[in-house]
Write a protein that binds this ligand. Structure first.
Ligand code: FEO
Length: 193
C-alpha cells in the first residue's frame, strides 16, 4: 500500500469514527432505551478488532502445507518468511531507514544463501527441472534488486511493496516450484533428512 493510499485509508477511517460518534450522540436523543445508539457503540468498538484483522492478513504464517519434506529447506523457508514479516512490520510501524536496511540486507543475503543450498542439492541429485528452477531464482534476485534500488533512490517509496512482492513470490514458489523436487530429493542418496 503506498503512502498516499495509506493516508486516504486513515482519512476514511477517521471520518467513519467521527460519523459514528455523531450518530451515537444523535441516537441517544431518541432515548437511552432506543437500540440504535447501542448498536452503533458495538460497531465502533469492533473497528479496532477489524483493523487488527486486516493488518494481520499482511503478515504470512508458516503452514504445514508449505513443507517440501526436507527439514533443512523447510527451516530456510521458515526463516525467510520470518524476515519478510520483519520487513512488513518495519514498513507498517514506519521503523527508521537503518533498521529497514538491516532487514533488507539480511533478507537478500539469506535468500541467496538458500537458493545456493537448494541449487546444490538439485544438481547433486540430477534434478531434471534444475535449469528452469534456477532461472526463477535468478529472476527473483534481479527483481528484488530493482525494488531495493528504487527504494534507495527514493525513500518515500514504500518498502511494503517489496514485502508484498516477496511474500507472494515465496509462497507461490514453494507451493508451485519447490514442492516439485520433493520426490526426487527424498529418493536421492546425497540428501539426508
Ligand atoms: Fe526454496 Fe526454489 O526456493
Amino acid at each position: 500500500m503506498s503512502t498516499v493510499t495509506k493516508g486516504i485509508s486513515m482519512l476514511i477511517l477517521s471520518i467513519l469514527i467521527l460519523g459514528l460518534l455523531v450518530m451515537i450522540v444523535l441516537g441517544f436523543m431518541l432515548g437511552f432505551t432506543h437500540p440504535l445508539p447501542w448498536i452503533l457503540i458495538v460497531v465502533l468498538a469492533a473497528i479496532p478488532l477489524i483493523h487488527d484483522k486486516i493488518i494481520a492478513t499482511r503478515f504470512v504464517e508458516w503452514k504445514e502445507s508449505y513443507s517440501v519434506g526436507i527439514d533443512v529447506i523447510d527451516d530456510d523457508h521458515k526463516k525467510l518468511l520470518g524476515l519478510i514479516n520483519q520487513l512488513q512490520a518495519a514498513a507498517h510501524y514506519k521503523t527508521d531507514d537503518e533498521i529497514v536496511e538491516e532487514v533488507l540486507n539480511e533478507l537478500v543475503d539469506y535468500t541467496k544463501y538458500h537458493f545456493c543450498r537448494e541449487e546444490q542439492m538439485m544438481e547433486k541429485c540430477n534434478y531434471p527441472d534444475f535449469d528452469e528452477h534456477k532461472r526463477q531464482h535468478d529472476e527473483m534476485i534481479l527483481q528484488v534488486s530493482d525494488y531495493i534500488n528504487d527504494y534507495r533512490i527514493d525513500r518515500t517509496r514504500t518498502i511494503e511493496d517489496v514485502a508484498v512482492y516477496l511474500k507472494t513470490w515465496l509462497v507461490n514458489h514453494i507451493n508451485g516450484t519447490d514442492q516439485k523436487y520433493t520426490p526426487y530429493l527424498q529418493e536421492c542418496s546425497h540428501i539426508k533428512n
